[in-house]
Design a protein around this ligand. Structure first.
Ligand code: DX5
Ligand code: ZN
Length: 215
């Protein structure tokens, strides 16, 4: 069964606790926490203090997606603030292997993300060192953008690769995910579906959770 990771970027932050309770009740798997620094991406979102408070109000796994330059400077703090999974961009550091090691040394799951313009085969040197691979299906920085369809080939590559090498990383997709695009990604072997604008436009969160699972 696939996993659902609502992106809190699209939730109502004036009611964060209420939102989190509703998400828990809908049986979602992760809370996707999008961190933007205004440098790696042309937008600024939220960071460590809100993460630490979120940690206090939920036991759901927190899936931190760091869209920040030089993530090696911050990964320890994101681990201490309560992330369960920390995903960094291949494009954001010259030392991707070192950053992934730092995350695992903190006892957290390590993820690597690739932008739409990055060839997925560039991930090969680190695929045996990650718990999750995040395929960006939009250019990171904003919610509400359209799914870039050609990205599904990256999912197939990653699914074939893990089977061929006996690896168990999860394949997560992020950007423009709705019930139709989720179906395309499911058919290629994706396991975790991040959804922001599509998910939070519903009043009843059971509805998008079920539809994204293809139920
Ligand atoms: C984009 C973020 C996404 C974003 C997805 O830069 O990484 O997680 O919130 O939003 P939607 O689902 O609206 O494309
Ligand atoms: Zn994200």
């Amino acid at each position: 069964m696939v996993k659902i990771a609502p992106s809190l970027l699209s939730c109502d932050f004036t009611k964060l606790q209420e939102e989190v309770k509703k998400l828990e009740a809908s049986g979602v798997d992760y809370l996707h926490y999008d961190v933007m620094d205004g440098q790696f991406v042309p937008n600024i979102s939220f960071g460590l203090p809100i993460l630490a408070q979120l940690r206090q109000i939920t036991s759901l796994p927190i899936d931190s997606h760091l869209m920040i330059a030089d993530p090696e400077v911050f990964v320890s703090q994101f681990a201490d603030a309560g992330s369960d999974i920390i995903t960094v961009h291949l494009e954001a550091t010259p030392h991707i292997h070192r950053v992934l090691q730092m995350i695992r040394q903190k006892g957290k799951k390590a993820g690597v993300a690739v932008n739409p313009g990055t060839n997925v085969t560039l991930l090969e040197p680190v695929l045996s060192d990650v718990d999750l691979v995040l395929v960006m299906t939009v250019n990171p920085g904003f919610g509400g953008q359209s799914f870039i369809e050609g990205m599904v080939d990256k999912i197939s590559y990653l699914d074939d690769y893990r089977r061929a090498h006996g690896l168990t990383y999860e394949i997560e997709v992020d950007g423009g995910i709705n019930e139709e695009t989720a179906a395309l990604c499911r058919a290629r072997g994706a396991d975790v579906f991040v959804a922001g604008s599509y998910f939070f436009k519903h009043d009843d969160y059971n509805v998008p959770a079920q539809k994204l699972r293809g139920e």
